[in-house]
Design a protein. Structure first.
Length: 341
């Protein structure tokens, strides 16, 4: 088996349905299996997805086990030479899977591969490629300095925005939203660390793969990831991210953990002031849309949809992807339904 695609779901059945539609289109002609593992969703995901995709391997957990443990359970039964960890709130193009597998075939030193991600407005998501989360880089990211000076090699080392998003690069860290892994790399470094429940597992795995001597690479093949619109905007999720960083440094740099712990706590204490200062200095305004554009996924390819979303002329446009047969339309953090499940 060339490729195993693993998707962990939790209460996002419409996003998952769209994701699976895109994956199955992209898997045509490839030796590929798709495994969905559900973390005890309460939105009827299991019945809904089994009805729409009866041939998909669908595993139901008895509780919400978190991202790492659920992925590990699926990896244990996957048979692919490559393992793709994919978020359910993503949309890939018809050529995506072939392109990333071809890159891995031609670059055997690469242990992990990520891609270019855009949000529901067509905006590049900087977490597509990241630098090492050193105490300084993490401080700049959490304090907002990286957002204020995104192109700076001094302050912008977390998201490495100074690296061209449209070129291939060796990087330190990839996003778990789309992470293609070489099976032999996993065999050498182990699976995802289950200490990490929601954040940090991708950072830890990327780091371990790099430390084991494999390349960690970024390939500018574009996909949609709706996550960029909401996940990191509330305090609880930010605190969860800080806790994940603390776990990472306790694990890999125990001698430096005390200093990093103090930095994290200082950032948390200063967070309201720091965020207010960064917003004032950067003159950021609430995102406004001049237009809306609806794509019919039953008439267009996902490749065409993604290409149009990336077009510079369509800035400040909210994009919606409609699935008339299934009765729902998806946009950034918004699902509209017209047919009962």
């Amino acid at each position: 088996m060339k490729l195993s695609v693993i998707i962990v779901n939790y209460n996002v059945k419409y996003y998952l349905a769209q994701c699976l539609d895109a994956v199955l289109r992209a898997a045509e002609g490839l030796e590929c299996e798709v495994i969905v593992i559900d973390n005890r969703s309460t939105d009827g995901s299991a019945a809904y997805i089994r009805r729409l995709f009866p041939d998909i391997c669908f595993i139901e957990n008895e509780s919400n086990e978190g991202f790492s443990r659920a992925n590990n359970r699926a990896i244990a039964q996957a048979s692919g030479e490559y393992i793709l960890l994919l978020n359910p709130d993503t949309v890939i193009a018809e050529h995506t899977l072939a392109a990333v597998c071809d890159f891995m075939d031609k670059n055997p030193a690469t242990g992990a591969l990520g891609v270019k991600m855009i949000d529901g407005f067509g905006k590049f998501l900087p977490e597509s490629k990241r630098g090492f989360p050193s105490p300084w880089n993490s401080f700049c990211k959490m304090s907002g300095l990286a957002k204020l000076f995104p192109q700076s090699r001094i302050f912008g080392g977390y998201h490495v925005r100074y690296l061209d998003e449209n070129e291939v690069h060796k990087v330190d860290i990839l996003s778990g939203a789309f992470m293609l892994l070489r099976r032999t790399a996993l065999d050498k470094v182990g699976l995802l660390d289950e200490q990490f429940f929601m954040y940090g597992e991708d950072i830890d795995l990327s780091y371990r793969i790099g430390q084991a001597g494999f390349d960690v690479c970024y390939l500018p093949v574009t996909i949609i990831h709706y996550k960029g619109e909401s996940t990191t905007k509330n305090l609880a999720n930010r605190l969860a991210f800080y806790d994940a960083m603390d776990i990472f440094f306790r694990k890999h740099y125990p001698d430096n953990n005390r200093l990093f712990y103090r930095i994290i706590r200082a950032v948390i204490a200063m967070m309201p002031w720091l965020n207010a200062a960064v917003r004032k200095l950067s003159f950021r305004k609430e995102r406004k849309c001049d237009n809306e554009l609806v794509f019919n996924a039953e008439e267009m390819s996902y490749s065409e949809i993604i290409s149009q979303m990336e077009h510079p002329a369509k800035q400040k446009t909210l994009f919606r992807i409609s699935h008339p047969l299934w009765g729902f339309t998806i946009a950034a953090n918004e699902v509209q339904t017209t047919i009962a499940d």
